[in-house]
Design a protein around this ligand. Structure first.
Ligand code: HEM
Length: 189
């Protein structure tokens, strides 16, 4: 959606923001319905060089979390919100874009395994929050990517979407990877 399309359709800034919210919820609901409706396979598709699916997912998620923190730092730098740091050099937006793209790429094999192999878990609050956050993450990410291309959005839209994506990645890490790192007796890699 470009400025031209948005204005040609007479979309107000608020209507465009509402459209992004609707997109985010639609993506999340579709993923959640798939994960709930399909019978969990209970096995990995691949484990890369890790000893098991659990280890693969935990380390890919941890790498994604670190890259998302790079995203936060570079975003604050670009907006001049880092205390005592001058305006951002030209490479900062490049690092922001690529750290986001790689972080997203790392989440895909993890989420595919979560949804296909484990499904939408509801056995306890941690797993329920995790499953919902996973679905919402892709909705928020889709809205953020589209939001970058829609001109005339309210000024808070991109910071809110970016902050939501960041919060959801932190939530996913806390509800799954942290649990793994606090267990004993499991192979670390
Ligand atoms: C970016 C998205 C996601 C990330 C980074 C992520 C990450 C992880 C990690 C690291 C684990 C622990 C390893 C394991 O138990 O196999 C896990 C477990 C799990 N994930 Fe996800 N996940 C994501 C999305 C989802 C989605 C969309 C669902 C379902 C709708 C889901 C459902 C589950 C379930 C049920 C578990 C097992 C939890 C347990 O019993 O402890 N995840 N996830």
């Amino acid at each position: 959606m470009t400025t031209a399309v948005a204005t040609a359709r007479g979309l107000s800034a608020r209507a465009a923001a509402a459209m992004l919210l609707a997109l985010a919820l639609a993506v999340a609901v579709v993923l959640g319905v798939y994960a709930k409706a399909h019978t969990p396979a209970g096995r990995p598709i691949f484990t890369l060089w890790f000893s098991g699916m659990l280890q693969m997912k935990v380390w890919l998620t941890t790498a994604a979390l670190l890259l998302v923190l790079v995203q936060l730092t570079t975003a604050l730098w670009m907006w001049g919100r880092l205390p005592a740091v001058a305006s951002s050099p030209g490479w900062v937006p490049v690092v922001h874009r690529w750290s986001g793209a790689v972080a997203f790429g790392l989440t895909v094999p993890v989420a595919v395994h979560c949804m296909w192999s484990l499904g939408f878990g509801t056995q306890n609050a941690r797993v329920l929050v995790h499953s919902a956050a996973g679905c919402l993450f892709y909705g928020a990410y889709a809205a953020k990517m589209l939001g970058l291309r829609v001109r005339g959005l309210p000024g808070w839209t991109l910071p809110v979407l970016g902050g939501t994506v960041l919060t959801l990645v932190v939530t996913l890490w806390l509800t799954a990877a942290l649990w793994f790192f606090t267990r004993s007796g499991l192979p670390l890699t």
